[in-house]
Design a binder for this molecule. Sequence first.
Ligand code: FAD
Length: 338
Amino acid sequence: MLREQVSLQALNTFGVAATARWYGEAASPAELAQLLADPRVADLPLLVLGGGSNLLLTRDFDGLVLRYTDDHIRAIARGRDSHLIEVGAGMNWHAFVDWSLAHGYVGLENLALIPGTVGAAPIQNIGAYGVEVERFINAVEVFDRERGCTTIHKHDACGFDYRWSRFKRDGERDRHIVVNVRLRLPRQGELQLDYPGIREELATMGIAAPNARDVFDAVCAIRRRKLPDPAVIGNAGSFFKNPIVAAEIAQALLAKHPGAPTFDAGAGRRKLSAAWLIDQCGLKGYRDGDAGVSAQHALVLVNHGAASGADLWRVAQHVQATVRERFAIELQPEPVVV
Ligand SMILES: Cc1cc2nc3c(=O)[nH]c(=O)nc-3n(C[C@H](O)[C@H](O)[C@H](O)COP(=O)(O)OP(=O)(O)OC[C@H]3O[C@@H](n4cnc5c(N)ncnc54)[C@H](O)[C@@H]3O)c2cc1C
């Protein structure tokens, strides 16, 4: 059913005010097709919304905002070492990670407590604590608006990269609506403990021989401590991607700032820490009215109360310009800016 003039304020984790001209929900590809064919919205711009946790709405949306709500989980193939699990795009990501551990699968524990839906997970190839979701994605099933039917994109056709997939490209973003994600989940596997902080947290918890649930608990504890909670202060997690630069640029940075964190990014490239760059510019805790940079984490933009999306975007641009001027490095936003 379509509703007109719907507030999106409670549907985005920045908590910014914005109105959708039309809003609708669908729980199956058939319902989706029916909704999209409605003459009131058929020719309007489309915004697919999951949990609204990776989105900055800078204005009202003069089109259709659509949520896909199917949240089924089913095993579609059971091998000896791993099972192929299909999950509806509307499933809450963290609840699914919890479910996977409770059902004896290993691998998703480092991705605990990332807000949002399963359907959005492949869009930017979510990642945390040394693990990216693409490692487990077997295929993504989408409703293709151009063809008017569902199609399946196997892993290699998804164009996964650091916080990126083909579904984020212009032209593809409005075309494909994720309806199911298929993940191949191992029954056993090595735990990923190398990311800074995980072993220390496990040691604090008094755990010497951790299992996947222990790592899940450790990741949740670290995240609760380090990241501002959107329920308390509006935010969308990391606002900027870590810049990936040529090795010479990283070397030049290190020559001037020997303490700058840099990481291998493959193919002779290095990943820099956007949080470090922002912090060095003295912008941690920066505030312009109700929009600002978190005092807790330099990578997170926050809404202190009544900031608009445009206010937050102005702060984002100020951060970009300051980092550019000081380091000649361009920061790219991670969330989708509408
Ligand atoms: C406190 C906090 C911490 C975070 N930590 C992390 C982290 O550690 N790692 C990380 O990678 N991200 C992190 N994020 C970002 C965010 O949680 C993820 O990107 C998440 O996958 C977004 O899911 P969502 O359902 O909220 O998507 P939304 O914000 O609703 O949408 C994001 C994009 O995906 C598109 N989209 C959503 N659903 C679909 C669908 N079914 N079909 C097609 N397109 C769709 C939207 O159109 C939009 O372009 C964090 C966010 C917050 C607020």
